[in-house]
Design a protein. Sequence first.
Length: 132
Amino acid sequence: MDTASGENLSRVVSQTVAKGATLRTDGWQAYQAVPGVKHRPEVIGDSKQASTVLPLVHRVASLLKRYVKGILYGSWRPNWLGWMLEDWEYRFNRRKAKRRPLLFERLVQWGAELRVPTRKDWHDYTLATSRL
């Protein structure tokens, strides 16, 4: 969403949330305008209370922070946000996988099919990202 206005919020929530669902939110009044859903505000006073009221949300946010600190050493740029969240989502969804079939074979195949970047490619990439 470009902005978190009531109109944008209403449009996005009605497209992504099933009719009749109950939204547990932070108590922001714009959620009241979303048609077809029930609104159950959970006003959270401090971070200790957050982990008991919304434990799964708290866990996901905690794991994302750990990813940024551990994998990216706490340093990232806003133009990296798309691939960073995709990579984190991939890792999160597979964190308890017992088997990772053909992982090594896929990695070798991917490396063999990938074109090695040239100096010009690297120069063009750094120019494009420096403007962001």
